[in-house]
Design a protein. Sequence first.
Length: 287
Amino acid sequence: MDVSFLGGPHPQRGVGIVAPFDFALDRELWRWVPDEVSLHLTRTPFVPVEVSLDLARLVSEHETLGEAVRALNAVHPEVVAYACTSGSFVGGIAGERAMCEAMTRAGEVASLTTSGALLEALQELGARRIALVTPYTVSVTQALEEYLAEAGIEIIGTSSLGLTRHIWKVPYRDVVDMAREAVRGAADALFISCTNLPTYDVIPQLEAELRIPVISANQVTMWAALRHMGTQAVGPYQALIDHSARQRPVTPEALPESMPGALPGAMPGAVSESQGPVLPEEQEGWA
């Protein structure tokens, strides 16, 4: 059979992703990626430790990062991203920069982290006063607040869940509830932390309701990695990615009903009380 008419496969550009061993949202990362770009994921070795500052330190050790990046070198990524918020803020700004330097030495390719991408995104949006949502315990959330304070970012409200495991199972309705609780005053933006917390569909819904940019850990990671490659992430109605969303806030009525159980005429993110808990894999986009 002659298949020359197919003309493919088309050339692909690659982003290398180093994720913690418990990272479960590979499919969410892909949703921000244009067709011509591939993601190449590798994970840090398993350690029997729950989500905590100790785990953040273990999954960000330079030797561990170096081994992961060297494994990714085989597929020649154009940029390498460390996709873990706590692992990249636990050492402060100096620690985050040292992680990037360690990954660059191992792979001889541009490297970035989620926490570094967060500061880059806040600068892009001109945001200095932000609200914060995390799934973490108090100690891990405080470490993030200290990292942001070191960068000159003021936290005007925080909401957290206190989880130490299975963060990827948090339903969108809980993320929405935390966001509403965190935005207690005039904020320039809302940041939803943790690359294991699902956020893609809920970002435009929250931006429509709160009337401020909403950014998340996975979003800023992919936005920064793709920007380093000279291309753009895919994120309709997301202010960080869609510049028109910054200039003209989208009304709730203009948004697609992407959240299951949405009530007609309800605020974005509202769901029927009769609906049971919605796991991320049950939501639209998790097919």
